[in-house]
Design a protein around this ligand. Structure first.
Ligand SMILES: NC(=O)c1ccc[n+]([C@@H]2O[C@H](COP(=O)([O-])OP(=O)(O)OC[C@H]3O[C@@H](n4cnc5c(N)ncnc54)[C@H](O)[C@@H]3O)[C@@H](O)[C@H]2O)c1
Length: 281
């Protein structure tokens, strides 16, 4: 793996990544560090964070500054402490509000338990709100004229699914809507808000749930023009772009990274395309 370039695409930026313990968050932390950002990796799971930090340091030994903080994004005091932890670094420039859950008991309108509904909204929606709120406060506190807030939604906020997870879908729709609104509210302060919409991925969040159930798996895979699920690193590359000044005129976007899934009707036959390697595995 290449060492940090002296002119990385995120050189000198202070970035926070939530849900950094695995999946998209870990891949993004690696790419952020490789592009010269100072990265604060946050997750609710301390063991996951410890492993993830070791991985970032292994893959990017020249990373300028990488630290971790345990944070449950559904608790405002913890989110505030997370963002304020970067005050001594010069203040946050980029926050990737990425932590989210998809609960196994999430179901349709009839079968979803209320406590699962509430838990999902608390993490997936309130967590993104708190992250956005404290990022804005920090950007103002540090008199920044540029900032990038990237919030993880999902393609299920854009297309319906006959295998419902209603609480999850509603939460991701809320992420899209709140991100769009904030992008307009803060546009003249130079604070950009974009929503990442990943397709189903080859990460534990989905794969643990699918397991070895081939029919369940195929029912989803058939919708991909490329014939395969996405990889976390394919999301992370998009997040680097959204975090960097290269995307200075990209604001309020539903930034869809789905291999064409949400544009497809009948998909091609034949073997799937090759997937890129994740760096955190
Ligand atoms: N994997 C997919 O198929 C897929 C598709 C679309 C969107 N997404 C979204 O992408 C984001 C990341 O997903 P992933 O696939 O990398 O998942 P993942 O399960 O691999 O990683 C999620 C991380 O979030 C952490 N987390 C969970 N609850 C938290 C909380 N309350 N506070 C802080 N951290 C918490 C977990 O410990 C975990 O490390 C999520 O918002 C998810 O909804 C995933």
């Amino acid at each position: 793996m290449a060492a940090t370039s002296p002119r990385g695409r995120l050189q000198g930026k202070n970035a926070i990544v939530t849900g950094a313990g695995g999946g998209i968050g870990l891949e993004t932390s690696i790419l952020f560090a490789r592009e010269g950002a100072n990265v604060l990796m946050a997750d609710v799971s301390a063991p996951a964070l410890e492993k993830a930090l070791a991985k970032v340091k292994e893959v990017v030994p020249t990373a300028p500054r990488v630290e971790t903080i345990q944070c449950d994004v559904s608790k405002e005091a913890q989110v505030q402490a997370m963002v304020e932890a970067q005050d001594g670094w010069g203040g946050t420039d980029v926050i990737f509000n990425n932590a989210g859950i998809m609960h196994a008991d999430d179901d349709d309108a009839v079968g979803t338990p209320e406590k699962i509904w509430d838990l999902t909204q608390n993490i997936n929606v309130k967590g993104v709100w708190f992250g956005s709120k404290h990022a804005v406060l920090s950007l103002r506190r540090h008199k920044k004229t540029r900032g990038s807030i990237i919030n993880t939604a999902s393609v299920v906020a854009l297309v319906g699914s006959a295998t419902p997870q209603l609480a999850y879908t509603a939460s991701k729709g809320a992420v899209l809507a709140l991100t769009r609104e904030l992008s307009i509210v803060h546009a003249r302060e130079g604070f950009r808000f974009n929503a990442l919409c990943p397709a189903p991925l080859n990460t534990p969040l989905l794969q643990d749930w699918l397991g070895d159930d081939q029919p369940k798996r195929f029912r989803r895979e058939v919708h991909f023009p490329t014939g395969r699920f996405g990889e976390a690193i394919e999301q992370a590359h998009a997040v680097v772009f959204l975090a960097s000044d290269e995307s200075s005129f990209v604001n309020g976007a539903d930034f869809v990274v789905d291999g064409g899934m949400s544009k497809a009707y009948v998909t091609p036959e034949g073997p799937p395309t090759a997937a890129p390697q994740n760096l955190g595995r």
